[in-house]
Design a binder for this molecule. Structure first.
Ligand code: NAI
Ligand code: MG
Length: 394
């Protein structure tokens, strides 16, 4: 079979540190591919006025498969100030390249597995009579990735047509006298097609990997229309999966439940913002950002990335201190996606062994404050962590 080409987008900051580490691991596990570097991130905003250049979109359009590190995003006004002098005043407006990437390729299914590794000192524990209890967490969050509150349809001082359209709703009376400049609106738009797809993918995944429940985590008692549509579609799709229980929780209650009995949850499915929240919550129970991996899957293109950002305060540290595991696990998700599941499992097993042994730990696993002195306190470098994983591949 012809070798695949993977589009690699390290991006900014520690994205540039961790992405090459993941490539070392998948290569050591026997995965052979061609890699095509593609530009994304802050430098391209500053110098080209476009954080996601067209050439990057073309590369992904062609090869369909991307590995992404992280980017730096800054608020609109700061983005304008940092633009190169030649581009100042040309009307360019900054927008997050990763959000754009998800929308451009309709990467509507985000998958965020949160699984605890035995022996990780960052694992969630709870008190019990005479000691502590460390439940195994194995939750996989399916997050609708393109719509909802992150759909980008929002205004401060909305145009008159928007105001009058809203005025057709009786509840808008409350806001009718608010001056435009004092009125901020962010919309939450759900489509039935996107609800069906994310819920369908969640159930199919639960069935394939033997999870006993799918939890729809929304807020239908208040968000009757959008969350209500998710709920209604979930009930219909659940009929095709009689062996999988459909649970419903509200996002607020879910945040409480998951810190009491996280082991009860299997697959969870949510809209864009609630999926973002609940997946960060679960990630915190299994080690935090150094362990949180994700997939963005569209009908044609798929991009895999750790959920952490560019951690600018650590980017200049040499040797680097950050944990490469989130990026390596994201690369494993890419292998799963293209049918190289055995290689991915081998890598996950190797990570599990390194963590269980407990000899090699990055600073975050030791709860240290990041800085150049973490090595004196027993933490290892990013590279040493990767080397340890590779050594365990056998
Ligand atoms: P961040 O995820 O970059 O870092 C927050 C903190 O988490 C770090 O200071 C560090 O203590 C820890 N951390 C993150 N990754 C780690 C790793 N691999 N190993 C060990 N510790 C790790 O989030 P922050 O500081 O809020 O944002 C920094 C920049 O990243 C911003 O410009 C933000 O817009 C961007 N960002 C980009 C994302 C993406 O590319 N998908 C996601 C989140 C933030
Ligand atoms: Mg997030």
């Amino acid at each position: 079979m012809a070798k695949r080409t993977v589009v690699t987008m390290p991006g900014d900051g520690i994205g540039k540190t961790v992405l090459p580490e993941a490539l070392r691991v998948i290569s050591a596990a026997g995965f052979e591919a061609d890699y095509e570097h593609a530009d994304i991130g802050w430098d391209f905003w500053i110098n080209e006025g476009n954080a996601l250049p067209d050439r990057t979109l073309k590369a992904l359009e062609k090869h369909k498969l991307g590995l992404f590190g992280a980017i730096t995003s800054k608020p609109k006004d700061q983005a304008g100030v940092e633009l190169s002098p030649a581009l100042q005043g040309t009307g360019l407006v900054y927008s997050s390249p990763i959000v754009r990437l998800r929308q451009y390729f309709d990467l509507d299914v985000s998958i965020r597995p949160c699984r605890s590794f035995l022996g990780n000192p960052l694992n969630f524990v709870r008190k019990k009579e005479g000691g502590i209890d460390e439940p195994k967490v194995d939750a996989v969050i399916f997050r609708q990735n393109t719509e909802g509150l992150y759909g980008g349809i929002e205004w401060t001082d909305p145009p008159e047509q928007v105001r009058s359209a809203l005025a057709t709703h009786p509840r808008f009376k409350l806001f009718a006298d608010t001056p435009g400049e004092d009125l901020a609106i962010s919309t939450r738009i759900f489509t039935r097609a996107a609800c069906k797809r994310i819920i369908g993918e969640a159930f199919a995944f639960a069935k394939k990997f033997g999870y006993k429940s799918v939890t729809v985590c929304e807020k239908p008692n208040v968000l009757r229309e959008t969350s209500g549509m998710m709920r209604a579609e979930a009930k219909l799709i659940a009929e095709d999966y009689p062996d999988i229980a459909l649970w419903e929780t509200n996002i607020d209650a879910q945040m409480m439940w998951m810190t009491k009995n996280p082991e009860d949850y299997g697959v969870l499915v949510s809209g864009n913002m609630f999926g973002d929240i609940v997946s960060d919550g679960f990630a915190g129970l299994v080690g935090g950002l150094g362990f949180a991996c994700s997939a963005n899957i569209g009908k044609e293109v798929a991009v895999f990335e750790p959920t952490h950002g560019s951690a600018p305060k650590y980017e200049a540290l040499s040797p680097p201190i950050v944990n490469p595991v989130a990026m390596i696990l994201s690369a494993c998700m890419m292998l799963d996606h293209i049918g190289e599941v055995q290689k991915a499992d081998r890598i996950r097993d190797a990570i599990g062994k390194v963590i269980a042994e407990g000899k090699v730990r990055t600073y975050d696993m030791m709860r240290l404050t990041g800085g150049p002195d973490v090595f004196d306190k027993g933490a290892v470098t990013t590279t040493a962590m990767t080397d340890a994983v590779i050594a365990e591949l056998g």
